[in-house]
Design a protein around this ligand. Structure first.
Ligand SMILES: Cc1cc2nc3c(=O)[nH]c(=O)nc-3n(C[C@H](O)[C@H](O)[C@H](O)COP(=O)(O)O)c2cc1C
Length: 333
């Protein structure tokens, strides 16, 4: 079965791409994923905070003692190795991954505001990344900023990164916009070659013993894929961009449903953490078997056939389905 797909202009052998997670942290782990059949990998993110923290540490170190030592007006120049473990280590791993893997390696930057840290986009390009995923993980909690201002923040950030690189750029966002479809189009106009739908926000929890707020990372389940499924179907064919699905992709059924809705690639993190790299092999075999059993010649042939645009029942993705679902549930119970 021909499972090949095009994502961000990259020709991929199939639609399964491990997304940013500990599974793509080491070169060894990425090699396992490649051997299992992964079509590309997205490395974990280099974070705005990480870059800025390092920049501050270097600045402080360079200036330390400058004013107390008469012979040192420009500051001391300590070994850079002492400071740049985060970003330098990231770039080393990226270079090593590029040298070791045959599949495309997508790097990831994660932040919320335009600033000097976005220069790392170019450094990442120079280190050899095949594409860059920009994760805008923004919780709009500022009471003074309205939705248009928040959206402009997104667009400025995309433009800043777009202007820094010529490799393909995908943008990973959450679903919480007043007008998700319009925002998708504006992100593409700002320079995104692809959209990664959707960020999965980790909700904090309260520890009743320590009375403190604690991070609580729970892995996803297939059910969470449905929000992505709806928006994949609503955007396919209506926004001129590559589309990747992330959140809740655990099984071959999840992959097939998302491709039928319009996904170019489907990304996995939680499922790989739970089951290991070999899940890619079994999932690909099951996807092929399903397509063969229904006489499809390729994955491309199936892609988008149940999107909003192509679906015989487009209302199924909109409000009408809501009423229908409630009425059906009531009549069954
Ligand atoms: C432990 C862990 C670490 C992650 N690290 C990153 C990261 O560095 N950058 C990023 O964009 N997404 C990161 N993610 C999010 C995943 O790439 C993915 O989008 C999300 O988990 C939803 O997909 P899933 O349902 O397959 O887990 C991480 C997820 C997990 C579980």
């Amino acid at each position: 079965m021909n499972l090949s797909t095009n994502y961000l202009g990259l020709e991929l052998a199939n639609p399964i791409v491990p997304s940013a997670s500990p599974m793509t942290r080491s070169v060894e782990s990425m090699l396992h994923l490649e051997a299992a059949g992964a079509a590309a990998v997205v490395m974990p993110s280099l974070f705005e905070e990480q870059i800025e923290h390092e920049a501050m540490a270097v600045h402080a170190a360079l200036n330390f003692g400058a004013e107390i030592s008469p012979e040192s007006t420009l500051g001391y120049f300590p070994e850079m190795d002492d400071y740049n473990t985060g970003a330098a280590d990231y770039l080393d791993r990226l270079r090593a991954a590029k040298a070791a893997l045959s599949i495309p390696v997508i790097a990831s930057l994660n932040g919320t505001s335009p600033g000097g840290w976005t220069l790392y986009a170019r450094i990442i390009e120079e280190a050899g990344a095949d594409a860059l995923e920009l994760n805008i993980y923004l919780i709009a909690a500022d009471l003074e900023r309205n939705s248009l201002q928040v959206e402009d923040d997104y667009l400025q950030l995309v433009e800043a990164v777009r202007n820094s690189v010529s490799i393909p750029l995908s943008v990973k966002v959450g679903p919480f916009f007043s007008s998700t479809a319009n925002m998708a189009r504006r992100l593409v106009s700002a320079g995104a070659d692809g959209l990664v739908l959707f960020n999965r926000f980790y909700q904090p929890d309260i520890d009743l013993d320590t009375l403190s707020v604690v991070p609580n990372l729970v892995l996803s389940s297939s059910d969470e894929m449905r929000l992505v499924l709806r928006w994949m179907a609503l955007l396919r064919g209506r926004v001129d961009t590559s589309l990747a699905a992330t959140t809740g992709v655990h099984t071959a059924d999840d992959v097939l449903k998302l491709v039928l809705a319009g996904a170019d690639v489907t990304m996995m993190a939680s499922a790989l953490i739970k089951h290991g790299p070999d899940l890619v092999t079994t999932t690909l075999a099951e996807v092929s078997a399903w397509l063969e059993a229904r006489d499809y010649e390729s994955l491309d042939q199936a892609r988008g056939s149940l999107s909003h645009e192509s679906s015989p029942d487009p209302s199924a993705f909109e409000r009408a389905n809501y009423m229908h679902a409630l009425v059906e549930y009531a009549s069954e119970s």
